[in-house]
Design a protein around this ligand. Structure first.
Ligand SMILES: Cc1cc2nc3c(=O)[nH]c(=O)nc-3n(C[C@H](O)[C@H](O)[C@H](O)COP(=O)(O)O)c2cc1C
Length: 310
């Protein structure tokens, strides 16, 4: 059998390729599985899951932007019990690989509860912790805002799971290096970089914000250079793997993020523009690697699976 040039190792679990569907843009995979065999993807991170079901924010909650979009979905999800009772068992029928569970919470206890419940599911490979939720006990500041609160969430989750814990950082703090180091010290196994940038748009006819929530998260190709910069800065300051996220649209973008320090790459908004985007990127990778004389993607990875600089 020929060697898989696209394989990478993420926290001890082998990915057939570094392409991961980003949380909130790949649902629980079912809609994509109707169009193509989603087992071709490295893995995907399912919709951010909270303790209770949530219907999310009022509409309108998405808007277009040059080079991307804004969303203020507000973590609409069926709640962890329904995810365990329905979504995960159903998923086994169309996705046979370990999936990434995206955990959300509005309190430390909620993160612990959701993480512990998902830890017990054998098709969950990693826990990706979205710390961009407002902390209800701290006046609505997000957990991602400070090294202390990010590290606190990380420690609490590490205590209730044996699975790799991936902390998903915000690009809105200006402190991403400090926060990444605090998460590494708190035991994080990897980092996801980045979540969305806070933005807003105004309706020219009314002068009012387009989104009912006023602000939303900016994603898509327009954020790619900022994501690359943050991945570069953080990867030079820590020793754990980074999952690069933000505006990835092509195999060239994947290679660029890996040069910047990513071990794997998530594809988000591109899935909403074209549901075949992730598959196309995987198919383009070998030719793009040949173009730049890259033998294997693993050779680009700066961090070994054990978390040491290569
Ligand atoms: C509609 C939408 C919903 C999202 N929901 C989540 C979520 O539930 N949890 C999460 O961690 N990130 C969520 N994100 C952020 C993405 O996973 C990703 O970090 C971000 O969109 C940047 O990547 P992109 O530019 O490739 O879209 C969402 C993004 C979009 C566009």
């Amino acid at each position: 059998m020929s060697r898989n040039r696209l394989a990478v190792n993420l926290c001890g679990i082998e990915l057939d390729n570094p392409i991961i569907g980003a949380s909130g843009t790949f649902g629980f995979g079912a809609e994509f599985a109707r169009l193509w065999d989603i087992n071709k993807i490295g893995t995907f991170s399912f919709k951010g899951t909270t303790a209770q079901p949530r219907s999310g924010n009022a509409q309108p909650r998405v808007a277009e932007a040059p080079g991307g979009m804004l969303n203020a979905i507000g973590l609409a999800n069926p709640g962890v019990e329904a995810v365990i009772a329905h979504e995960l068992p159903q998923m086994r029928e169309y996705f046979t690989k370990p999936v990434m569970a995206n955990v959300a919470g509005f309190s430390i206890d909620e993160y612990a509860h959701v993480a512990q419940a998902l830890d017990a599911q054998d098709n969950v490979g990693w826990l990706e912790i979205n710390i961009s939720c407002p902390n209800v006990h701290d006046g609505g500041k997000t957990f991602a805002d400070s090294p202390q609160s990010s590290a606190h969430v990380c420690q609490v989750v590490k205590n209730v799971t044996t699975k790799p814990v991936i902390m998903k950082l915000s690009p809105n703090t200006g402190r991403e290096v400090e926060i990444a180091q605090a998460c590494q010290e708190a035991g994080a196994d990897a980092l996801s970089l980045i979540n969305t940038f806070v933005g807003m748009r105004v309706n020219l006819r009314t002068g009012e914000p387009i989104l009912a929530n006023r602000t939303g998260g900016v994603s898509g190709p327009g954020v790619f250079p900022m994501a690359v910069r943050m991945i570069w800065d953080v990867s030079h300051a820590i020793d754990i793997p980074i999952i690069g996220i933000g505006g990835v649209q092509s195999a060239a973008d994947v290679i660029e993020m890996m040069h910047a320090g990513a071990t794997a790459v998530q594809v988000g908004t591109a899935n909403l523009i074209d549901p075949y985007a992730s598959l196309d990127i995987i198919n383009q990778l070998p030719a793009e690697m040949d173009r730049y004389g890259i033998d294997t993607l693993e050779s680009l990875v700066k961090h070994t699976p054990e978390g040491q600089h290569a």
